[in-house]
Ligand binder design. Sequence first.
Ligand code: PLP
Length: 410
Amino acid sequence: MVGEAKLIENRVGKPVSTDDLFRFIKSVISDEQQEETGPFYVLDLGATRSLVETWFHNLPMVQPFYAVKSNPNPAFLKEMAALGTGFDCASLHEIETILSLGVSPDRIVFANTCKPESHIKYAAKVGVNLATFDSNCELEKIKKWHPKCELLIRIKVPEASGSAFMFGSKFGALPEEIVPLLKAAQEAKLQVVGVSFHIGTGAINFHSIQGAIEAAKTTFDFAAQLGLPKMHILDIGGGFTSGPKFTDAASAVKVALQKYFPGELADSSLKIIAEPGYFFANSPFTLATSIIGKRERGDVKEYWINDGVWGSMNILKDDHDEVICTPLTIKNPTCEGLKTWNSTVFGPTCDPNDTVLKGFKLPELDVNDWLVFHNMGAYTSSRGNDFNGFKTSAIPTYILALMPPRKQEK
Ligand code: PLP
């Protein structure tokens, strides 16, 4: 969600440098120093563009359908639409949001295996004609409300160990359920055009993609044996992270595609799509929070900040990533050369588990100093809530926009 957006120019069209990012954050803080400033995000659209370029450079044969749920910030979605991605929508409201950007319905996959009937009806009305399923009940609803919809059977696959979110306990047909589901679709005269899966968000080791693509190939073969029209879409889901791990993940995907779908790759008869959320959403967003309280317990300095695990840092509840933060004081902006202390950082709510950092080295900070958290886009604002009245949904986002180069002045 976005409270207020302020545009500044990011002329280069690449990620802003850390120095420029901090200069911008300081300008927001000092503009608003007179009053207590709440937390805010900074979205770097240059970083967004460069991630999309990285994706197409490494996986040119895989069309990304950005998973809107990971961060539905309007400026971010608009940029993704302009950069030519498709969208994975989970609900009527997400579809509505994407269509309102002028994106055509054929750039949307309705990738929630269990959809309310009213949402299926809406998809039929607006022409979203590609959706996932993994149960008989879903087939019955689709038969009733959207029989022309093309379907991807979502299968349960071996998940990547260490993922932040694993999906297999809730999503995906079990191996023994696949053939009965394909038969049920065939009898209902529904078109199953392909297979989807998800190996887990924040997959540390992408080698499990091999097993997932192999399982997809087996499903394609089952469909052929049943006499269904040839499947032609493979949806490899999400799980990607940006940075050096992405090139390894992309190589693992390419090796597995080559192994299991060599003919289809050679004659381009297979449409390959993915549903990355974390990859695109995480690194372009930075979160600035301020210190609202302080206490000393022995050698440990304890701080309270104005956002926490019921807000932007909710991913910590899933035992995921440590958050990476940089302190920022107004007096000594870089905090460089300062003595550091073992510190604990609490979020603002009355929940004792609302603890963001423990045993983290920080210089001595004061109320109204700032902690800046990097890589804070994925499943942060979209997944936080308003517990204790601290409204994640009202945190504003400042946008470092891309601007065309200024005309030469005469
Ligand atoms: N597709 C589906 C169906 C999902 O449920 C999710 C995440 O919850 C995603 C894609 C995005 O996954 P990731 O953020 O790991 O790329």
